[in-house]
Write a protein that binds this ligand. Structure first.
Ligand code: ADP
Ligand code: MG
Length: 216
């Protein structure tokens, strides 16, 4: 079965591309056949792919949103297990098309009032489309009350993915090197958090199995 996740929010700089790349690589490292689609004309991930030296990893293509449905069905036929979509920082009809083809959407959000506010139109679109989604707190200061405040603000709006992604140079350096953080510094804290985040997402993607609860 192929599953599609997308990183969406009109707020630029929230960490869509950075988080998408590292999550895609982490899923690949765990044995998934992963394809990344970039719908952003800015081409952050195109640049990332071009700097990439690793022989193995997720496949990649930048496409126009008009090609999205065709691309998804082609990838399904080709046997990919996970598609990770990165989107531009704009709220336009193309993003709705992305949401529609996604099984689960992730909204990266920095723990600031402007980012929280900036998420709202995206949340409204997702609710309208009845799409499962979660916030990913990104670029968080380590050990700060800000993260708890943001968590409290977002909890009223939807699920929050775990763990919050702390602001770390590894993320920036990995992007510049064309790597996921788990490749760039496999034993670092950033890599650890991204693996946990992928596992959290993966868990949400699993079809719900009815638990047969037995008395102990
Ligand atoms: N967890 C992180 N730690 C440090 N820097 C980050 C992190 N996530 C993103 N960044 C930086 O923030 C900036 C915006 O990230 P980017 O992924 O390009 O956002 P978007 O795709 O939403 O516009 C980039 O300079 C990136 O290196
Ligand atoms: Mg981007």
């Amino acid at each position: 079965m192929m599953q599609v996740i997308s990183f969406v929010t009109q707020k630029g700089g929230s960490g869509k591309s950075t988080t998408a790349a590292s999550v895609a690589v982490a899923a690949f490292e765990e044995g998934r056949r992963v394809f990344m689609l970039e719908l952003d004309k800015q081409g952050t991930l195109t640049d990332w792919t071009e700097s990439r030296a690793a022989e193995e990893g997720p496949e990649f293509e930048r496409i126009d949103s008009t090609m999205l449905e065709k691309a998804i069905s082609t990838l399904k036929e080709a046997g990919y297990q996970l598609v990770v979509i990165d989107t531009p920082g704009a709220d336009n009809p193309h993003i709705n098309a992305v949401m529609r083809v996604s099984d689960f959407c992730l909204i990266p959000c920095r723990p600031t009032a402007t980012d929280l506010k900036g998420c709202l139109p995206t949340v409204q679109s997702l609710i309208r489309l009845d799409k499962p989604f979660a916030f990913v707190l990104t670029q968080c200061p380590p050990r700060s009350g800000r993260v708890d405040e943001a968590r409290a603000g977002l909890a009223a709006l939807g699920l929050i993915a775990e763990p919050p992604i702390v602001s770390r140079a590894d993320h920036q350096d990995a992007m510049a090197a064309g790597m996921g953080v788990t490749e760039f510094n496999a034993t670092g804290a950033a890599a650890f958090e991204i693996r946990q985040l992928w596992n959290w997402i993966d868990h949400k993607l699993q079809p719900k199995v009815k638990k047969n609860v037995k008395a102990a």
